[in-house]
Design a binder for this molecule. Structure first.
Ligand SMILES: Cc1ncc(COP(=O)(O)O)c(C=O)c1O
Length: 246
């Protein structure tokens, strides 16, 4: 069994080797792509008794897949998170994060320059269907967030650097203010990638990437997106299931 901990020593080793357990893929140097949806159990009891946390036992592809698992393990390790979940798109990950943390009637603080479709989700579906209200701030100063906090604030949405115009927020300062108010901090870390910035270390609760951009070196294809964060959550966010800092 390969000693995976040796790969946690650097981002380079995580990206190239971490999570890839060759002995489970006939020692293939590149992990194969598993395209099956279902896995076989020898007995019905084996199915009912299997450990759902065991990354070497799989049941159904939507829930766990060995190839996707490698990506999730790498991203969680790069972000210093407790876990990660991969999605079919960045907006799937972002929507899951918002809908996991926020309750009907809740309040969100979001930076004005956040990715447009996320603002559309907040101003449209979240408001119309769940009564979630959003206050937008420029995000240059921590005080703006503090002033916008209400008793009902459940989530602060950051994007630093932000889409297109690359504005910055004080992740540590905003996270401290959020913690005092009992709100969670979500950040889109797409532009920096975890190679340059690890928001969980600065106090954020959930980190999201769209892998169609920087993490996969911008390409015309849409690639699985994910967000890593802390786990106690469970699919309650994780990538959507809960994820909190480890
Ligand atoms: C910063 C940022 N966040 C989120 C998204 C959404 O990602 P996706 O297109 O994979 O849904 C994008 C897409 O361009 C983006 O640039």
């Amino acid at each position: 069994m390969s000693d995976q901990s040796q790969y946690l020593k650097s981002s380079k080793l995580i990206a190239t080797h971490y999570g890839e357990e060759y002995e489970h893929y006939y020692n293939a140097i590149v992990p194969p792509i598993f395209m099956n949806s279902l896995n076989v159990f020898e007995t019905v009891d084996g199915y009912y008794d299997f450990d759902r946390q065991d990354k070497h036992t799989y049941c159904y592809g939507r829930v766990q897949n060995p190839t996707v698992r490698i990506l999730e393990d790498k991203m969680a390790a790069l972000e210093h998170g407790a876990g990660a979940m991969a999605f079919a798109s960045g907006m799937a990950a972002a929507s899951t994060a918002v809908l996991t943390v926020c309750r009907a009637g809740g309040h969100v603080i979001c930076v004005r320059n956040a990715y447009g479709p996320l603002r559309i989700l907040l101003d449209g579906y979240a408001k119309d269907h769940l009564g979630i209200t959003t206050t937008y701030v420029d995000g240059d100063r921590v005080e703006e967030f503090e002033e916008a906090l209400t008793e009902n604030t459940q989530l602060i949405v950051l994007e630093s650097p932000s889409s297109v115009v690359l504005t910055l927020q004080d992740i540590r300062g905003v996270s401290e203010a959020a913690k005092k108010a009992g709100a969670k901090v979500y950040i889109d870390n797409t532009f920096c990638t975890p190679i340059y910035q690890q928001p969980l270390d600065l106090g954020a609760d959930i980190v999201m990437h769209t892998a169609s951009s920087s993490a996969a070196s911008s390409s015309p294809r849409t690639r699985p997106s994910l967000r890593s964060s802390s786990p106690t959550g469970s699919s309650s966010a994780a990538s959507p299931g809960p994820w909190r800092r480890g």
